[in-house]
Design a protein around this ligand. Structure first.
Ligand code: URP
Ligand code: ZN
Ligand code: ZN
Ligand code: ZN
Length: 472
């Protein structure tokens, strides 16, 4: 049935205006004032914002890590995402050295099939570069529509790739039309520092942060930027946590390099002191890169405001405290890295960003959706509210106050990293391709509704890359 969302305030990366939005066959069919409501289902959105559905460019659902598997899978993870206003996720498909990339992609299709309640796509991890991998890449791009490759510069002996692999991936991406994503931390130096810490009997969660200082991230970020310049390629730095990395990205961009940066809600509002919480609770706050001293938060907010960082990803990677995070009691290196963030990514950016006057409403939309769609080959099907695009729409109440808690969250994990945090603003209803997934704060979606998205090549649509970000 056709739907008419009446009297909402449409917000895009460029505009804010009151209008009715007509939805037909999952697409936005018309936007205007006083659109006819005969024979259509009318949804009143008076006093509410209409945002384009959020796109989370960084999730790890149903992912094996450190001898365990993330608690949230493609069903619980996407339900939680939808409650938070996200209608598309891009998850990281892990690969194994020596095995065909196609096998890994197949595994990820199996994990997600019949589970996702919103649309989804994959990035592909590149752990090694050789003739077999090179031969498979064109198919990955053309058949699977996977146009972004992830290289880990950390997690030695697990995911870490060497610099030669990173450089060759940058070259291949340039030639084939893909965006290279890096986890930028110096894994070799971390390896040394963590061994030293354990040797000295320093086993508590705080040593996770102390053995991965900001210089470790700044150095790797700078190295990745330099190699990107040398390869004349394109780079997206995931989960930027500190001023050191922001500086390197800014420097590269000022030189004209095609370099982009993402941060995450946890780095914007949590800090290193959380790792010192008693009774091993600090383990709940173990991320890589680690939470930083509080002053780094200002650098991240300024970078979002000034456009030196362009996106926010959740880096959703949830492990229960009981039985999973606890694996690291007595040895911080055995704490599974990551936390539950998929649900509150947008709320936190809205509340701490827009409501606190750090970013504009248009920037909020750009950072959570539009820019991500453009960088990852989904625009304009996703990432905006315009005639002809997918009807992925968040009906948002900008005034309601809510306390984040595991008691009310929709993730499967047994704690919430933002427990007790007050946020202003919440999605009331969320539509993905014209169908309600969340309606009046109730889940009405269906596992398996989400469809797999093949994405366009990087640079295929450079016109959209050039669109200026509205800077305050
Ligand atoms: O601690 C984190 N970020 N865990 C997820 C894996 C990664 O490095 O992105
Ligand atoms: Zn990472
Ligand atoms: Zn991640
Ligand atoms: Zn276009």
């Amino acid at each position: 049935m056709r739907k008419l969302i009446k009297n909402g305030t449409v917000v895009t990366a460029a505009d804010i205006y009151e209008a009715d939005v007509l939805i037909e066959d999952g697409k936005i069919a018309a936007i205007g004032t006083d659109l006819k409501s005969e024979g259509v289902e009318v949804i009143d959105a008076t006093g509410r914002y209409l945002f384009p559905g959020g796109i989370d460019p960084h999730t790890h659902l149903d992912m094996p890590f450190g001898g365990t598997v993330t608690r949230d899978d493609f069903e619980t993870g996407t339900v939680a995402a939808a409650f938070g206003g996200t209608t598309t996720i891009i998850d990281f498909c892990l690969t194994n050295k020596g095995e065909p990339l196609g096998n890994a992609i197949q595994t990820w299709h199996e994990k997600s099939k019949d589970k996702a309640v919103i649309d989804y796509s994959f990035h592909l991890m590149i752990g090694e570069m050789n003739d077999d991998v090179l031969r498979e890449l064109p198919q990955v791009i053309h058949e699977e529509g996977i146009t972004s490759f992830k290289v880990f510069m950390a997690y030695k002996n697990v995911f870490q790739a060497d610099d030669g692999t990173l450089y060759r991936t940058l070259l291949a991406a340039k030639e084939l039309g893909a965006l290279v994503m890096v986890h930028a931390e110096n894994g070799d130096v971390i390896d040394y520092l963590t061994r030293q810490a354990l040797k000295e009997g320093n086993t508590d969660p705080i040593y996770h942060a102390l053995t991965r200082p900001p210089e470790i991230e700044g150095e790797a970020t700078g190295r990745a930027c330099q190699l990107t310049g040398l390869a004349n390629s394109q780079l997206y730095v995931v989960h930027v946590s500190c001023a050191d990395a922001v500086e390197k990205i800014t420097e590269a961009r000022n030189k004209g390099l095609d370099v982009w940066g993402e941060t995450c809600p946890q780095y914007l509002v949590l800090d290193r002191s959380y790792l010192e919480r008693p009774n091993f609770e600090g383990a709940k706050y173990v991320w890589s890169p680690p939470l930083r001293e509080k002053w780094h938060q200002d650098a991240l907010w300024n970078a979002l405001k000034n456009g030196q960082l362009q996106t926010i990803g959740s880096d959703q990677c949830s492990f229960d405290f009981k039985g999973q995070k606890e694996l690291g009691r007595g040895d911080f290196t055995k704490i599974p890295n990551g936390g539950p963030t998929i649900e509150d990514r947008m709320s936190i950016l809205f509340s701490e960003g827009v409501k606190q006057g750090r970013i504009t409403l248009n920037q909020f939309v750009d950072i959570t959706s539009t820019r991500i769609a453009k960088l990852f080959g989904l625009f304009p099907q996703k990432g905006t509210i315009a005639v002809g695009t997918d009807a992925d729409i968040v009906i948002f109440d900008a005034n309601v106050e809510r306390v984040i808690s595991r008691e009310t969250h929709h993730m499967a994990v047994d704690y919430n990293a933002f427990e007790g945090m007050k946020v202003i603003g919440e999605p009331v209803s969320v539509l993905c391709r014209g169908e309600f997934v969340v309606r009046n704060r109730q889940f009405v979606g269906k596992a398996g509704y989400g469809s797999y998205l093949k994405r366009k090549k990087y640079g295929e649509d450079m016109k959209h890359q050039q669109d200026s970000i509205p800077v305050q």
